[in-house]
Design a protein around this ligand. Structure first.
Ligand code: F3S
Length: 446
């Protein structure tokens, strides 16, 4: 791999052990991927492996009476170093992704005292080294919006596909180690979606159905991911341009079922002014058609639940926008959840503050539901006690809830899910979801 003099100097220790180790990690990673060089990045979104519930066993023990040695934790879990390194401030603008809990809802989320302490320790460390604690899977909803062509080093598949496709920024799906190393040295291997060649379309998807609602956009994404796996689909024939909420759900679903990291929608996304623009001389590997039958096929993949007694509704995967929170507040306003059900909505902390200000939180909580931040059920493994049957408006969450938390899971529109929480019964479905949409006030999403 070709390194600049400055990169070589960092590798040789000119900026200390931790940055030398981070550079070495990136060089080894880049060589394994066939990258010829590194590229500068000033935009990193990463995660703390030790902060997630499933990885707590990896945390080094804390000697009695002492504070957790977070430099040792970061060395081991984020930089893969058995040797304790003194961690310097980050060089690149770095945002932290999802946490294991919402500190304001720890009791409701049933988070142990030990886990709460880990979250506080990680938070303190973030402050020390300069990592912004956005604690959301949607940094682009709260101000971290890269510019077109900007090289980034982001984890979180739903965020990666969004900034690659909708914004035209450039990132691969990084892991905790590569993102953490990138934060320290401001470099990432130049390969994959950083290159123009890697961003070219591979499959043409002809849309032959008026895909409109959030649910339909999610199902379209899920179907495409299942068909093209980790390639680059190019969509034509869109009837009406989707808004950012729909693209968020579409991308998250495509990344869940198939590992899609980038797509083009002709006439909508910035690198697809035409079909030729999107493929840029790349041969079309396959042409697929998406119509009503394919929409129904995608919905059928989620139709595994049998018990209609819904005891948990999850909304906000990826984290909900303010408009989505507003919709739920409207649907719940003046009503009460069924005593046998729960409804949790996840949104970034910054948007929760705005929802508090305009009264959405009050309407939601008055109904017995909870507006939460920093976490999500599937990844943070937080849920009410005794849950057996869930409902969600997110294909991504519906993909993960049965696999990770073993819940039977219904998929429907936001209205159908809220209705399930109000009645304790599932009565939704693909056919009826547009009728439900008619109940929503003008300006809402569906
Ligand atoms: Fe976000 Fe991933 Fe959870 S998209 S809501 S962190 S499953």
């Amino acid at each position: 791999m070709q390194l600049t003099d400055m990169e070589k100097a960092i590798l040789d220790g000119s900026e200390g052990d931790a940055r030398a180790h981070a550079m070495d990690l990136l060089v080894r990673y880049g060589k394994a991927l066939g990258a010829e060089r590194l590229v500068d990045t000033n935009n990193v979104c990463g995660g703390f492996v030790g902060a997630l519930p499933g990885r707590r066993d990896l945390l080094p023990p804390v000697p009695a009476g002492e504070e957790r040695d977070m430099d040792a934790v970061y060395s081991l879990l984020n930089l893969d170093s058995d040797r304790r390194l003194e961690i310097p401030p980050v060089k690149a603008m770095t945002y932290r992704l999802i946490d294991a809990m919402d500190p304001d809802k720890a009791e409701i989320q049933r988070v142990s005292a030990e886990s709460q302490q880990v979250s506080r320790d990680v938070g303190k460390f973030c402050g020390k080294v300069g990592i912004n604690q956005c604690n959301t899977c949607t940094p682009y909803q709260i101000g971290n919006v890269p510019v077109m062509g900007e090289h980034c080093a982001w984890m979180e598949s739903s965020a990666v596909i969004y900034i690659n496709s909708v914004i035209g920024a450039r990132t691969n799906v990084e892991g905790a180690h590569s993102a953490s190393a990138a934060a320290l040295v401001g470099k990432i291997p130049y390969w994959g979606y950083h290159t123009l060649e890697g961003r070219r379309g591979t499959h043409l998807i002809e849309i032959d159905y008026p895909v409109e609602s959030m649910l339909e956009w999610g199902l379209l994404g899920y179907w495409i991911g299942e068909k093209v796996k980790n390639e680059v689909p190019v969509l034509t024939g869109i009837h009406s341009p989707p808004n950012p909420n729909k693209l968020k759900h579409f991308g998250a679903a495509a990344a869940s079922s198939g590992g899609v990291e980038m797509y083009h929608i002709v006439g909508v996304t910035p690198e697809a002014r035409s079909i030729e623009d999107a493929f840029r001389d790349n041969p079309v590997k396959d042409k697929l058609r998406f119509g009503k039958a394919e929409l129904e096929e995608a919905y059928s993949w989620f139709s595994t639940a049998t018990d209609r007694d819904v005891d948990f509704v999850v909304i906000g995967c990826p984290h909900a926008s303010l408009e989505q929170v507003r919709l739920v507040a409207q649907l719940l306003d003046g009503k009460k959840l069924s005593p046998s059900s729960n409804l949790w909505i996840f949104t970034p902390k910054a948007l929760k503050a705005m929802a508090d200000r305009v009264g959405y939180t009050k309407a939601i909580e008055a109904a017995g539901a909870h507006l939460m931040s920093d976490s999500c059920s599937a990844l943070s493994k937080v849920y009410p006690e005794g849950v057996k049957v869930a409902a969600t408006d997110s294909c991504k969450q519906a993909h993960y809830l049965p696999a990770i938390l073993k819940f039977q899971t219904w998929l429907g529109s936001t209205e159908q899910c809220v209705n399930a929480a109000l009645t304790g019964k599932w009565s939704g479905g693909l056919e009826s979801h547009k009728d439900a949409g008619k109940l929503v006030a003008p300006g809402a999403l569906q």
